[in-house]
Design a protein around this ligand. Structure first.
Ligand SMILES: [Zn+2]
Ligand SMILES: [Zn+2]
Length: 206
């Protein structure tokens, strides 16, 4: 499985393509659907689905256009589905005073769900705290962490659905995972890192 980072600008979160052979998922389609489709076409990839790490507007920004253009199904944790259709819950109104919504997801995820990608699997790890339905996607070699943890730091917990205690225990879960393995993390904002380095940085906070 390979992870490609697409360049983003402005408020947009990081956007990734995860592929195995020709089949690909887009993760957090925050940038123009045309750019995502171009990146897929240039590599001869077929989009089989769109994965969201959580329901904040900066991660779902072009999810509707991308699904309309490609027919790909949208996946989100079941607790964050309500954010897609509600500007207050997805934080757009908090930041801009305006409305932004998309349609409900096609596939609702739970902790431990397995998503097939060619002959490999992506595992869903529920890591609430930044939002109720934040997840990390475990691709085997790497972890896509959304806004749960960053190369340095962790996501805010003061927006709708945020919960510091839940975030602490999610970070505890990731810290435990980091003991046994060295893998890359791809974060919702900023640089990539390793899980071990990122969780070691966090021990000064908790
Ligand atoms: Zn974000
Ligand atoms: Zn967020």
């Amino acid at each position: 499985m390979e992870i490609i980072s697409l360049p983003t600008i402005g408020f947009a979160s990081n956007c990734f393509i995860v592929h195995n052979g020709k089949d690909a998922f887009a993760v957090d389609p925050s940038i123009s659907e045309k750019k995502i489709i171009k990146a897929l076409e240039e590599r001869g990839l077929t989009l089989i689905g769109i994965l969201l790490t959580h329901g904040h507007f900066d991660h779902i920004w072009r999810a509707q256009e991308l699904r309309d253009e490609t027919g790909a199904k949208l996946y989100v944790h079941e607790f964050d589905d309500e954010m897609l259709t509600d500007s207050s819950k997805n934080a757009y109104r908090t930041f801009t005073g305006n409305d932004f919504t998309i349609e409900k997801a096609d596939v609702l995820l739970r902790d431990g769900d397995i998503i097939a990608l060619g002959d490999e699997q992506i595992k869903v790890i529920h890591t609430p705290g930044h939002t109720r339905g934040s997840v990390c996607y475990d691709t085997g070699d790497s972890l896509i962490t959304g806004d749960t943890i960053f190369a340095e730091g962790f996501g805010r917990y003061d927006l709708y659905g945020g919960d510091l205690n839940a975030l602490k225990s999610s970070i505890g879960k990731l810290t435990e995972m980091a003991k046994n393995e060295s893998r890359w993390i791809f974060c919702g904002h900023g640089d990539s890192s390793t899980l071990r380095r990122a969780t070691e940085n966090l021990k000064y906070y908790f």
